[in-house]
Design a protein around this ligand. Structure first.
Ligand code: FES
Length: 247
């Protein structure tokens, strides 16, 4: 059993659990995920690793209440236990010194992009982060992202906070500004990743997207996550979750 060391409600419907899982914490890398099961009869769901602390032996996940399991998960609190917490799974994000990296997060994917932005910064990259949400009430971890980024641009769909519009707009402006951008990482809803990839394609800048939204069991058995990447069939949970967005 895995103990929930801390529960934090980030915004309505989005929660953070810090879970005691020393073996996972020892191996975790940015971009990887865990598969959890609340109890013996529960369904398995993949959750991206948002943070980890090897010394404390903890792994942090952030989830949104969208279905039965995440709603059941949201009923748990600090001191409760989860039956299974398996990981780290999936291939880590490619972290290198690229130069200037733009990290684009849509919705609660800011929790996924934060460890990637941190690792990119530690590697010596200039990190420009763009985070977008539907409205002000859904914004979280802005300060955290600022601490790993040279610049942060925030957008809301309805203009209730920061700049009004979609994340693709400041992304396009950055690309058109003439600043040399070496890599873009876009994580969020599938449609947002699609349009980020379409925005960067004419500029020929390699764009990595994370297809974790389409995973189910996360272990290569259900087949739900099959995708065609550059004409080759891949499994998101085994060969990803990161892929070249232009493919
Ligand atoms: Fe089931 Fe990949 S998520 S096979």
């Amino acid at each position: 059993m895995y103990k929930i060391l801390l529960r934090e409600d980030l915004v309505p419907g989005i929660h953070l659990f810090k879970v005691g899982a020393p073996a996972v914490a020892r191996k975790a890398k940015p971009g990887q995920f865990v598969v959890i099961r609340i109890d013996e009869r529960g369904e398995r769901i993949p959750l991206t690793i948002a943070d980890w602390d090897e010394e404390e032996g903890s792994v942090t996940v952030v989830f949104m209440e969208v279905g039965t399991t995440t709603r059941r998960l949201a009923l748990l609190g600090t001191g409760d236990y989860i039956a299974d917490f398996v990981g780290p799974l999936g291939l880590p994000t490619d972290i290198e010194k690229f130069g200037t990296v733009v990290c684009v997060a849509g919705g609660f994917a800011v929790a996924t992009i934060a460890p990637i932005a941190r690792a990119m910064k530690r590697e010596g990259n200039k990190v420009i982060s763009i985070m977008g949400a539907r409205n002000k009430d859904l914004i979280f971890w802005e300060e955290r992202l600022r601490s790993f980024s040279d610049q942060v641009i925030v957008t809301t769909d309805d203009g209730s906070y920061a700049r009004q519009g979609l994340v693709t707009e400041p992304l396009k402006e950055l690309l058109e500004s003439g600043e040399k951008i070496d890599r873009v990482i876009a994580i969020g809803p599938s449609i947002m990743m699609k349009f980020c990839s379409l925005t960067t394609q004419p500029f020929g800048i390699k764009t990595i997207v994370s297809l974790n939204p389409i995973m189910v069991d996360g272990t290569g058995m259900c087949g739900c996550c099959r995708v065609s990447v550059g004409g080759v069939t891949k499994f998101v949970c085994v060969n990803g979750p990161d892929f070249d967005g232009h493919k």
